[in-house]
Design a protein around this ligand. Sequence first.
Ligand code: ATP
Length: 429
Amino acid sequence: MIFRLGLDDTDSPEGMCTTYLASVLSDKLRSEGITVKELLLVRLNPNVKFKTRGNAAVCLICEGDLDCAFDTACIMVEKYADFGCGNTNPGVVAVAEDARPGAGFYLRALRDFCTIDGTVGMLDKIPADKVRYRGWKNKRGLIGASASVAAELGDCSDKCADDCTYELLVYRDPEDKGMRYVDRESLFEAEEKTYPHTWDSVDTVNNAVVCVPHTPDPVIYGIRGESPEWLQKADSYIISQMPERSSLFRTNQGTDAHLTDADAGDIEDGKSYRISGKVFSSPESGPGGHVSFMLEGMDGSPVRCMAYEPTKNFRNIIRALIPGDLVRVCGSFKGGSINLEKIEVTETALLTEEKPPVCVCGKRMTSAGSGKGYKCRKCSEKSMVPEITVTERNLSPGWYEVPPVARRHLSKPLIRGKFQVFKSNQIYR
Ligand code: ATP
């Protein structure tokens, strides 16, 4: 029988990682005669407050004995999950391929909020011989586990979610909480040799390493890219401490699957959007280096857009906006503002400057007082018409994005758009 095995919520800020558990579990299942065809790393709504880090769930696509796999997964969760953490509430779901929850459940977990009761209700509607599930503590992990078995990555009826990328995750022993060793130069070389087919291993503009976490989890580094082949190639350049293991995941990372198109008046807190509109206030710099402006949506509703300090050089783009620019903004609506992930400047407004006109006598006039036009101090000539000069803008129409150091897992790097079509699993150059 072909079935999917979903896991979520096994880690804590002190350690572990659900992807590591999936990697160990896949070896264990294989040793029990179960074929593990593929591992999926499924990112869900990045605004969920219970998340430990990046709101990831994992799914193993398997063939074999569903009951055996489910029992093994439960034993492994009990062995590895960080039950001591109050916010760790694991969930495991095993479901036959022909009885999986619909993609609608995945899309809700990706773009909206789900409840534990609603998830259990949905699982209970699946014929009992086709599903096994178990939640620990408050069982919240069942939400992500169910979404991961419902996920359609690169094969989704929703056009915006019909896409996938890959990540190669390289692990150390989970007991090892020391400094990681990854040769910095080798990461830059891997990026140079494989970009744009891999991305976000390093941030060349900010001269920073991006793919090595600083948290006490088992991940040494993760390479993201468009195909398993490109990930292997990038990995061949990387020099690091001896890994304990590695696993390849197909994923919705880097696809923008979390975004939906909306009018500014319809947006809700905790969801992520693409909104078209017009800049109607000059950008302002706030405390901590954040830059914000007000957008007037196509429906006339206002919404504040924010580029936070960690978005670094991206803020220069936002500072260069002026009222009247037509834009499309992408990001999550949180705490009353859109946290910008990328922006398309669709049309730039004219930046003009008004000066008093030059008189027929050759001298520049001066203001004759508020609303009274201009007057020449030399020959007393008058004019109501100012001289208008158009100043060149330091911003061109086009897409702009936050740098790799500030990119969210689900955000699609602009470079991908140049190589990719939305078609099941097909990515071409
Ligand atoms: P881990 O590596 O353990 O998966 P994480 O950062 O991905 O870490 P979790 O510890 O899994 O975060 O916590 C996220 C919790 O939120 C999980 O219990 C998951 O089931 C739940 N969850 C995920 N998406 C949603 C959603 N859209 N609505 C409600 N709960 C959600």
